[in-house]
Each structure stands twice: as structure tokens, then as C-alpha cells.
Design a binder for this molecule. Structure first.
Ligand code: ADP
Length: 401
């Protein structure tokens, strides 16, 4: 059974009842008119009008029309002569038409009013439903909005917390880097101090002590000690962004100093060194100890890289040059294994090392030093193997040594 059929079955008893009610009301009007025709004037047929109005109001259009027709027939049959006949005399025709038209009018008016009221009620109900639905929707949206605001607040709090944590971690890692940098840079002077102290002890404990050599060793210990404390001071200045002690530096001289410091390592590792230093190199305005640290780190790295080489000569070349751009260039070239392409981008990162005993601080400190003095430090592979690390520093205006 379809839905429309279902509705029709459901509505049928109601409709029948409404038509039956119309018949009953007209019957009641007929009875009342009979009973009271001596008391109330039948001219108005007031009870029939009432029956028509009530039928149209309660039952709607159909029962209203039925009541009007039945009322007209009842009036014609029972009250208009000839009595007990549906015939209407000529002189009663206007009265009959007036009654018929009036009852049709009240039927129409009553059912129209009822329909209008029902339509109004339906519209009001619909409006109410729509308002309810809209209110529920608004409530839902409002709830969502509140949840979103709460979520945003939570995210903001988490972000602030993360930022505080990041600041704390970067302070910690700056401290860690400072400690690692000092440890890395001080290692070499301390090793030199220990070697010289050992040598001094040997010179003094010989059967005939060699005081001259012993004094030279002690002088060397003092020099290395001073260098260590200078290095610590400069590194602290670098990390705390304090101004470095800028002087007029002759880079070739600094290269010479570094070479004298690494002589023993070069000969121990059977490395031949070449200096290609340009004469009359302009001075650079820089911190001498820091420039020394950088060259020292690059040379030590080259020595360590070449310590693995067995199938070709171990060759260290240090070159200096004046650039057309007004900069001084220093290049440290080795014949070691070169830089693994996958590490190329990482070698300047703090703590990156491929050595078992490495700290991964040398290149990172060196780059910081060079950049803090307005220069650039980079690495490249040699076409015939090995690596070249080079840096530039801005030259002093018009200086030539
Ligand atoms: P460390 O020497 O403690 O490892 P560095 O920062 O000085 O720290 O060097 C980082 C890494 O860069 C080294 O572990 C090495 O892999 C690479 N490297 C540095 N110098 C050279 C070089 N001359 N030849 C090849 N690789 C090098």
C-alpha cells in the first residue's frame, strides 16, 4: 500500500464523520425549527443558518455545501407551500433564492474563515519550527565557536611554552658550544705544554743537564700557556658577541707562525709542505689570535685527513693572494681523501665530525670567526683529489707590506 493510499484511508473516517455531522446538524435545525416555529419566526430560518455555519466551520467546504443544499431542500419541502413538496410557488421564489444564496454565502464565508485560520496556524507553526531549527543551529555554531576559541587558546599556550623551551634549549646549546669550543681550541696548546714539560724534564735529568734546552722548553711552555689563555679569552668574546681585538694583521706572518707550531706533526706524518705566499700582501683589519686559530684548525684538519693516505704523496700547500675585490685570500690545500659529497653541507655544522676522536667544532668556530670579521670561509674538492679550505678577509685600504 502506498503512502498516499495510507493517508486516504486514514482520512476517510474523518471526512465521513464530517458529512454525517452536517446531515445531523441540518436535521437538528429542522427539528428545532419545527419545535419552535410557533415561538420564533421561521422567516429567518435561523437554525438552518447556524447548521450551515457550524458544518462549514467544523467540516470544511464539502460538508458546508451539503448543509446549505439540505437546508434549502428542507425549507422548500417543510416550510414553503405547498408543504411536503419540493415545488416552490412563484411568489415564494424570491424568498427561497434569498435563503439559498444566504446559506451558500455563510457556508462559503465560514469555510473560508476556517481555512484562512488553519493556513495562519500552519504558517505560525512552520515559522515556529523554523525559528526553533535556526535557534538550534545558532546554538550549535556558537558551541563550535567556543570550542574553536578554546582550541586556539590551547594552541597559543602550547606555542608560548614551546618558545620558552626553545629559548632555554638554545641558551643551553650556546653554553655547550662554548664549552666544546674552548675544549677543542685549548687542546693543542695544552698538548704542546705537556710535550715541552716532558722535554724539559729530560734535559734536566741528564747526567750533564742541558740548561739551555731546558730554558727553551720552559719558554715554550710559557708561550703555549699564554696562547691557551688568549684563545679562551677570544672564544669567550666570540660567543658573547663582544668586539674582537682588531689590529692590522699580516696574514703571511700568521701562516708562518702556524707552520712553526705544526712542524713536528708535519714531520711525524711525513707531510711535505709548500708555501705560496704572495709578497706585499695587504694587511687585514682582524683579531690576530683568531686568524691564527682559523689557519691552525684548517692545517690540523689537513694533516689529520692526510694521515690516512698511503698511495700518494702527502702534500700540504698554503697559498695567500690579494683578490681584485679588495680581499685577502688564504687557501689550505691537501692531498687527503677529500670531502664526501653527502657531508659537504654538514661539515661546517657544530658537532659534525667523521672522526672517532673528533668534536666537530673546528670548522664551525673557524667560520664564525671569519664571518665575524666580514669574510667568507668555504671548502671545495681538488680536481686531482684532496680538499681545499679557503677564506677571504677584507683588506685594509691601501696597505701593502
Ligand atoms: P673535527 O676535526 O673535530 O671532526 P671539524 O669541524 O674541524 O671537526 O671538521 C668537521 C668534519 O669536516 C671532519 O670530521 C671531516 O669529516 C671534515 N673535514 C674537515 N677538514 C677536512 C679535510 N681537510 N679533508 C676532508 N674532510 C675534512
Amino acid at each position: 500500500m502506498s503512502l498516499t493510499e495510507n493517508v486516504a484511508v486514514a482520512r476517510k473516517p474523518g471526512q465521513t464523520l464530517r458529512f454525517a455531522l452536517a446531515i445531523a446538524l441540518v436535521a437538528a435545525a429542522l427539528g428545532s425549527t419545527f419545535l419552535l416555529q410557533n415561538v420564533v419566526s421561521t422567516a429567518g430560518f435561523i437554525f438552518f443558518y447556524a447548521a450551515v455555519i457550524a458544518s462549514a466551520w467544523v467540516g470544511g467546504k464539502g460538508p458546508g455545501w451539503l448543509a446549505a443544499v439540505l437546508s434549502a431542500l428542507a425549507v422548500a419541502y417543510y416550510f414553503l407551500p405547498p408543504i411536503h413538496s419540493f415545488a416552490v410557488r412563484r411568489e415564494d421564489v424570491p424568498l427561497f433564492i434569498e435563503f439559498g444564496a444566504s446559506s451558500a454565502l455563510v457556508s462559503w464565508f465560514s469555510s473560508w474563515r476556517k481555512e484562512a485560520e488553519a493556513a495562519l496556524k500552519q504558517a505560525r507553526d512552520q515559522l515556529e519550527k523554523r525559528v526553533e531549527a535556526r535557534t538550534a543551529e545558532l546554538k550549535h555554531t556558537n558551541q563550535q565557536l567556543l570550542e574553536e576559541i578554546a582550541e586556539r587558546k590551547r594552541a597559543q599556550d602550547a606555542y608560548t611554552e614551546a618558545q620558552a623551551e626553545l629559548a632555554r634549549v638554545s641558551r643551553m646549546s650556546a653554553l655547550g658550544m662554548l664549552a666544546a669550543a674552548i675544549a677543542h681550541e685549548v687542546n693543542q696548546p695544552l698538548a704542546a705544554v705537556v710535550t715541552n714539560a716532558d722535554a724539559c724534564a729530560i734535559w734536566l735529568s741528564a747526567d750533564s743537564p742541558n740548561f739551555e734546552e731546558a730554558r727553551a722548553a720552559v719558554d715554550s711552555i710559557a708561550r703555549e700557556g699564554t696562547r691557551a689563555s688568549e684563545v679562551v679569552r677570544r672564544i669567550r668574546a666570540l660567543f658573547t658577541n663582544r668586539a674582537s681585538e682588531t689590529g692590522s694583521v699580516q696574514v703571511n706572518e700568521v701562516v708562518g707562525e702556524v707552520m712553526s707550531l705544526v712542524q713536528s706533526q708535519l714531520s711525524r706524518n711525513s707531510i711535505e709542505s709548500h708555501l705560496e705566499l704572495v709578497e706585499h700582501l695587504p694587511h687585514v683589519p682582524a683579531d690576530r689570535i683568531q686568524v691564527q686559530q682559523v689557519i691552525f684548525n684548517l692545517v690540523l684538519n689537513a694533516i689529520e685527513a692526510m694521515s690516512e693516505v698511503t698511495d700518494r704523496p702527502r702534500r700540504l700547500t698554503i697559498r695567500s693572494a690579494a683578490q681584485a675585490t679588495g680581499e685577502v685570500l688564504v687557501a689550505v690545500r691537501d692531498s687527503g681523501p677529500g670531502i664526501d659529497p653527502k657531508d659537504e653541507k654538514k661539515i661546517f655544522n657544530a658537532f659534525f665530525t667523521t672522526k672517532a676522536q673528533g668534536m666537530g667544532m673546528g670548522l664551525s668556530i673557524s667560520r664564525s670567526i671569519i664571518e665575524s670579521q666580514g669574510g667568507r670561509l668555504w671548502a671545495s674538492a681538488n680536481p686531482d683529489g684532496g680538499a681545499t679550505f679557503q677564506f677571504t678577509l677584507p683588506a685594509e685600504q691601501g696597505s701593502r707590506s
